[in-house]
Design a protein around this ligand. Structure first.
Ligand code: SDX
Length: 443
């Protein structure tokens, strides 16, 4: 297996070279460089019919075929179901690493030494508390506020407690804000959960590990110290690893886009939480549970599939912009289900999910569109078995994704090729209308 130093090459499988473009409107030809499997969109600006008109641009709704950055953090091969963080296969990290070790790898770019890891864990443990005013802020939400709305608002509010965080070019300042955000995300997530339950907020217990402390802040009641089952701690830690990064997904794109204005990292990550909240993205795990509950029993699956094929609804937890094969994370989560259900007892919805997957994978509609289970299809079953309500599922996704968002944000701030995100448009509206004053319009 290659080591970190062996892999200097880029990972485009296509050879470098050039493109010759002939504009049939003028007969002119242009040479455009191909590098790392891409051409620069700005190279198309030279192609124009009239000298003073803007040159060609590309139109790409949802950025289906547009690279917004160069990144060395996460590699995905959608055709072959490959996912690697800093070159390490997700299967190996899920098996052998801790979530905080993976967080260090993503953000610092290499696996930590023992001393580096101990310092990293100490710093994160030391910063799990939030300012007491944050507690007051969170208590101002309605009793039934969605935890993702509370998390997005609370992370954004942290920017006002650490105004120095907008000094984004200082690596030491970036480091302490990164430590704070990784440390405080579980506290905010747990308090949002407790708020919805009308229970007192539980403060961090810094004698517990990161994930065990999170479970303590969620579920501790009158006992002196919460003692989670180690198998459940390991399962949740693994789920955090599986969600830690996923290259330029919707929420990471939001973090990078907002971060490109040079705002502080809390405001950038709050934007990422907002994007993750959506049912097409991180909100899908909550939608999967609701879908499985609606199906109710296996004999209802054929009618449900008929509705999906008629375009009346989506098979939530299926499909992916990049994976046109099985999402490798879904495979690992499906296996983790067994470990968790050994402790909690199985979830009857698992049988429906397995049967739904089997039917879908044999059905032409899904096969033709290369739709497979993604990371969200099975994760909700584990979360429910861990006694989380569906509205908490995406909060768990956000806690896991935080190191990835921050690693991408650091890469953005250090990338000299990056500029403020400001895409073009193709204008389709009216032009040069004459304004008619209201007294004439309304008479
Ligand atoms: C995540 O990007 C990431 O990396 C995201 C993520 C991460 O780690 O950050 O992996 C996490 O968000 C996973 C995805 C979770 N979302 C869902 O499970 C929601 C259901 N899935 C879809 O809505 C959809 O598959 C997307 C949003 C995930 C991907 O959408 P695309 O790439 O824009 O694909 P599309 O909507 O253009 O679909 C292509 C075709 C369409 O059919 P036609 O118009 O060609 O006839 O496939 C169909 C779609 O209607 N289709 C589905 C479907 N997903 C796509 N039909 C039924 N059920 C589905 N789930």
């Amino acid at each position: 297996m290659a080591t970190a130093n062996d892999n200097q090459a880029t990972h485009s499988t296509q050879p470098d070279g050039s493109l010759t473009i002939t504009d049939n409107r003028t007969g002119k030809s242009y040479e455009v460089e191909i590098s790392q499997g891409a051409i620069k969109a700005s190279d198309l600006l030279q192609i124009r019919t009239i000298d003073d008109e803007p040159g060609l641009t590309t139109y790409d709704p949802g950025f289906v075929n547009t690279a917004s950055c160069k990144s060395a953090i996460t590699y995905i091969d959608g055709e072959h179901g490959i996912l690697e963080y800093r070159g390490y296969p997700i299967e190996q990290l899920a098996e052998g690493a801790s979530f905080l070790e993976v967080a260090y790898l993503l953000i610092k770019g290499s696996l930590p030494t023992k001393a580096e890891y101990e310092q990293w864990v100490h710093e994160i443990t030391f910063h799990t508390y939030v300012h007491e005013n944050v507690r007051g802020f969170m208590q101002g939400f309605r009793y039934d506020a969605h935890p993702m709305g509370m998390l997005m608002a609370s992370v954004g509010a942290l920017s006002t407690f650490y105004p120095e965080s907008n000094n984004i070019d200082d690596p030491d300042n970036r480091h302490i804000q990164i430590i704070r955000m990784i440390a405080k995300m579980p506290t905010l997530g747990a308090w949002a959960f407790r708020h919805a339950q009308g229970k007192p907020y539980i403060y961090p217990d810094n004698d517990l590990g990161y994930t065990a402390n999170f479970l303590s802040m969620l579920f501790k009641m009158s006992e002196q110290r919460y003692a989670p089952d180690e198998r459940l701690v390991k399962a949740l830690d693994t789920l955090f690893i599986l969600h830690a990064d996923h290259e330029q997904n919707c929420s990471t794109n939001a973090v990078r886009s907002v971060g490109s204005s040079h705002v502080d990292p809390y405001s950038s990550v709050a934007a990422g939480i907002g994007a993750l909240y959506g049912p097409l993205h991180g909100g899908a795990n909550e939608a999967v549970l609701r879908m499985l509950r609606r199906i109710g029993k296996a004999e209802n699956i054929p009618d449900f599939i008929k509705g999906v094929k008629a375009g009346e609804e989506r098979l939530m937890g299926f499909g992916h912009r990049v994976y046109k094969n099985y999402d490798p994370r879904a495979k690992i989560i499906k296996k983790a289900c067994d470990d968790v259900f050994e402790v909690t007892g199985t979830n009857p919805l698992l049988d429906i999910a397995v049967e739904l997957e089997k039917i879908a994978l044999e059905d032409e509609y899904f096969v033709k569109r290369r739709l497979y289970p993604n990371v969200d299809f099975y994760s909700g079953l584990i979360y429910e078995a861990l006694a989380f309500p569906p509205e908490m599922f995406t909060v768990l996704f956000a806690i896991g994704r935080t190191p990835g968002w921050l690693a991408q944000w650091v890469e953005l701030t250090e990338d000299k090729e990056q500029k403020i995100a400001r895409p073009k448009q193709i204008y389709t509206g009216d032009r040069r209308l004459d304004f008619i004053p209201s007294e004439q319009r309304w008479s």
